[in-house]
Design a binder for this molecule. Structure first.
Ligand code: NAD
Length: 496
């Protein structure tokens, strides 16, 4: 069985660990590789090598660092299909969706290519007589990334290209459920010219993460994953005086006004709720219909019923299996709970299985109506192909519902009325808002800005905020004398 290598100091090596985690094909649950839980010594080497590499990498001119990203972008594009195929094999995503996962990461690398412009400081000439003040931004040192299973290309690429182009070095601990894709990304990064030790990749679970959080040489931690783990990581990292950004779970609502274009709404709701088997942090899991919407919900059910899960290379498949039997069991138990609590299950995907692949983690599209905010299916992030429909009378009621929800990752409104859209974007307490756009994931010249329980920290992923997260600001106040040398001591704090 293939043991997934680790990357330390530019070398892809086998871990000496005997503790292994199975990596499976979610369509069959066959084991395709094993990820080692790295030894303490290997983790120590990864951080030490990153610390050593920082001494030289941080001094490499910014345009040269950006050129590594240019070569990397080119390689990622050349290998796009191959990476997507590998990604599909360990996540079960359809090929088109797997390509999207890689592409949204490539876009972040393109943003990192702009580092010379993004890393500009500020200057004011003559803040006092012959005194100028200017600021530089400088890298932090060793940064760490801990990533989830659901975007094994995009999310590692949210992190290390931005950190590294700023002059930092990096230790990545990808999800143990699909580490093959991040390893391929790392191979191509080395091929693009990243010097030894600039990027290191180790594997494992909570013990390895905790060791990184407690390591005195780690300066900043980027995390994406579930709420309890995000809270733990944010608290531990900041207790240890590290900078932290932790992106966590979600419950995303889409509000549908009666004047919206029905065809557009229904097709968008289907794709954004059950696409990727609902395993997207920006998936729409609650549809909030304003006004009488019985017919719309029936048509929605009919459209959802036509979506068929399937294998990654089946072009007619709408989405693939869930990542693991545990994930499937959790989703099925929430569907059962929804029925027990009195929601109406208009479409039930619990019994779906793909003929010939009965051992895979399949769940068919599922639609509930008559959902109330007290129900578990409303309160929990289901992370499966399950959509809950709720009907309200007014836009104000819809806004109140969304704002009372503890999550704040993404939301959208469908309407033909500009005033309604403007009211929604202004009053809703969610960090990313789509107007007639179901999944409003910003392109990387903006930042990914979840709020409330969907994000712990101050500075978000990619865009200008990532540059601030991965750097310190140094402000210099300088006087160069001509013939104006002041006489006598300056006893005040004022510049003169
Ligand atoms: P997870 O929290 O189980 O795992 C994420 C990472 O944390 C993995 O690398 C894992 O090894 C590590 N980890 C797990 N348990 C740990 C523990 N007790 N201590 C320390 N580290 C631990 O998340 P997942 O199931 O891989 O991913 C799905 C979750 O990620 C969903 O909740 C989803 O909403 C969220 N997510 C959020 C965003 C966002 O931008 N807000 C994006 C993608 C995914």
């Amino acid at each position: 069985m293939q043991s997934v290598p680790i990357l330390i100091n530019g070398e892809f090596i086998s871990s000496k660990s005997t503790a292994m985690i199975d990596v499976t094909n979610p369509a069959t649950n066959e084991v395709i590789a094993q990820a080692p839980c790295v030894t303490d010594d290997e983790l120590e080497q990864a951080v030490a090598t990153a610390k050593e590499a920082f001494k030289t990498w941080s001094k490499v001119p910014v345009p040269e660092r950006a050129r590594v990203m240019m070569r990397y972008q080119q390689l990622l594009k050349e290998h796009h299909d191959e990476i997507a195929t590998l990604l599909a094999s360990e996540t079960g995503k359809t090929f088109a969706d797997a390509k999207g996962d890689v592409w949204r990461g490539i876009e972040v690398v393109e943003q990192a290519m702009n580092a010379p412009a993004l890393m500009m400081g500020e200057t004011v000439e003559n803040v006092a007589r012959n005194i100028d003040t200017y600021s530089y931004i400088q890298p932090l040192g060793v940064c760490v990334g801990i990533t989830p299973f659901n975007f094994p290309a995009m999310i590692p690429l949210w992190m290390f290209p931005m950190a590294v182009v700023c002059g930092n070095t990096f230790v990545l601990k990808p999800s143990e459920q699909d580490p093959l894709t991040p390893m391929r990304l790392a191979e191509l990064f080395i091929e693009a010219g990243a010097p030894k030790g600039v990027l290191n990749v180790i594997h494992g679970g909570k013990d390895q993460v905790n060791a990184l959080l407690n390591h005195e040489d780690v300066k900043a931690v980027s995390f994406v994953g579930s709420v309890p783990v995000g809270q733990h990581i944010y608290k531990t990292a900041t207790d240890n005086m590290k900078r932290a950004q932790c992106f966590a779970g979600a419950k995303n609502h889409s509000v549908i006004m009666p004047d919206a274009n029905k065809a557009q709404v229904l097709s968008n709701l289907v794709g954004s709720s059950v696409g990727a088997a609902g395993q997207r942090c920006m998936a729409i899991s609650v549809a909030v219909f304003v006004g009488d919407s019985k017919e719309w919900i029936e048509e929605l059910r009919d459209m959802m019923a036509k979506v068929r899960p399937g294998l990654w290379d089946d072009e007619s498949a709408g989405y693939g299996p869930l990542i693991s039997p545990q994930a499937k069991a959790r989703v099925l138990s929430l569907i059962e709970q929804g029925k027990k609590e009195g929601a109406t299950c208009m479409l039930d995907g619990s019994d779906f299985t793909l003929p010939g692949y009965e051992s895979g983690n399949w769940v068919g599209p599922t639609l509930f109506t008559d959902v109330t905010p007290e129900m578990e299916i409303y309160q929990q992030e289901i992370f499966g192909p399950v959509l809950c429909a709720i009907c309200v009378d007014t836009l104000e009621e819809a806004i109140e519902l969304v704002n009372n929800n503890p999550y704040g990752n993404g939301t959208s409104i469908f309407t033909a009325n500009g005033a309604a859209a403007r009211k929604y974007q202004s009053e809703v307490e969610v960090g990313q808002v789509g107007i007639n756009v179901p999944i409003p994931v910003p392109l990387p010249f903006f930042s990914f800005t979840g709020w409330k329980n969907s994000f712990y920290g101050d500075l978000h992923a990619y865009g200008k905020q990532a540059i601030r997260f991965y750097t310190e600001t140094k402000t210099i106040t300088a006087r160069w004398f001509e013939d104006d040398i002041p006489t006598g001591p300056n006893m005040t704090i004022n510049l003169r």
